[in-house]
Design a protein around this ligand. Structure first.
Ligand code: PMP
Length: 360
């Protein structure tokens, strides 16, 4: 079977050249005589892999020297508890903007250790927008200010970040890391599960400012203390070695393409092809406020469950797969991460146009 256009929200499409290179190196990696999967994480070859992976992400995101880059396991979900465990010192209070399912899960964990000061929420309109923030609600003594900068399920993203002064800004960037240029200096901590824009599931990348490391609460398990991983260069225990290797290939691919600024232009082009069609279509609509629309996750609806189901089924037969919306929201969703070619989005829009004319 030929490769399809895969619009999955994650694990998601990877660049085809990366998969081909991984295939070529699968059985014997360079002169190692074995696969990266079979290699000790303490071997010279793997040391080189993890070091260049770190170097590449530092280059791509212009990560300043006073930030650590950690390669962890546990998924983005692990950070919902690791952040409070590591950052809570006194007030045990977190300022948070509630924008959907992923901030709900983060809140549930924070409440195990402290309190949430909800600065704003978009729950009133089904999380279809990013709320405006009233600075007078920000707490001076918050341990950190938490956002999910791109909401994978709902399809919203922050286009400007809150100015939080001395309070560190923590962002879940799982579904849009490396898709647009961001200023790392604005953040105390950035984290992302790999399985969207970075590589296979199993790897979680944490970018944390150095002054936030080394103050974990006494109850923190050693494995959840950032200091453990900083001290051991992400080798306290076995890191997800193969996922790190694929991340390295993805970063090389992105660098060759011109880096994040170039990628952003392509992502803006891809998203506008789909959003422009949604504006002109009389069948398909975007439920999301125009100014807050994600470049990566694009939900759309027809207004009829039957028609939605028919669309997803027929699209699949046409080689456009995983277009069903998240089980909590229904409708459709096209996730068009970095590795989705412009061609894939054009094919999707052509198919939507045809479907619309056939189902008037
Ligand atoms: N945050 C966001 C924004 C996500 O999209 C996801 C996964 N889809 C998660 C957190 C959870 O990630 P994981 O499954 O790696 O724990």
């Amino acid at each position: 079977m030929a490769r399809v256009y895969n619009f999955s929200a994650g694990p998601a499409v990877l660049p085809e050249p990366v998969l081909r290179q991984a295939a070529a190196e699968l059985v014997e990696y360079k002169n190692a005589g074995m696969s990266v999967m079979e290699m000790s994480h303490r071997s010279k070859e793997f040391e080189e892999i993890i070091q260049s992976t770190e170097q590449l992400i530092r280059e791509l995101m212009h990560i300043p020297k006073n930030y650590h880059v950690l390669f962890l396991q546990g998924g983005a979900t692990s950070q919902f508890s690791m952040i409070p465990l590591n950052l809570f010192k006194k007030s045990k209070k977190v300022d948070l903007v509630h924008t959907g399912s992923w901030t709900k899960k983060a809140m549930d964990e924070i409440k195990h250790y402290g309190t949430v000061n909800m600065i704003a929420s978009s729950e009133d309109k089904n999380f279809s927008y990013i709320p405006k923030l009233d600075k007078s609600k920000f707490s001076k003594d918050a341990e950190y200010f938490y956002i999910c900068s791109n909401n994978t399920i709902e399809g919203t993203r922050f286009t400007a970040y809150p100015e939080t002064g001395d309070v560190p800004l923590a962002a879940d960037m799982s579904s849009h890391i490396l898709s647009e240029v961001i200023d790392v200096n604005k953040f105390g901590i950035i984290f992302a599960g790999a399985q969207k824009n970075i590589g296979p599931a199993g790897l979680t990348i944490v970018i944390v400012r150095e002054d936030l490391v080394g103050h974990a609460m006494d109850i923190t398990p050693i494995i959840f203390d950032y200091a453990t991983h900083v001290k051991n260069k992400s080798m306290y225990n076995t890191p997800p070695t193969y996922s790190i290797y694929i991340a390295k290939l993805v970063f090389e691919w992105l660098k060759n393409l011109g880096g994040v600024a170039e990628m952003q232009k392509i992502n803006e082009e891809k998203a506008s092809i789909l959003y422009n069609f949604l504006e002109e279509s009389s069948m398909f609509k975007s439920p999301i406020a125009a100014e807050d629309r994600s470049l990566m996750n694009i939900p759309f609806v027809t207004g009829s469950n039957d028609l939605d189901a028919k669309f997803v089924k027929e699209a699949k037969s046409a080689g456009l797969v995983t277009l069903g919306g998240h089980r909590s929201v229904g409708g459709m969703r096209a996730s068009i991460y970095n590795a989705m070619p412009v061609e894939g989005v054009k094919k999707l829009v052509d198919f939507m146009r045809k479907f619309e004319s056939e189902n008037k």
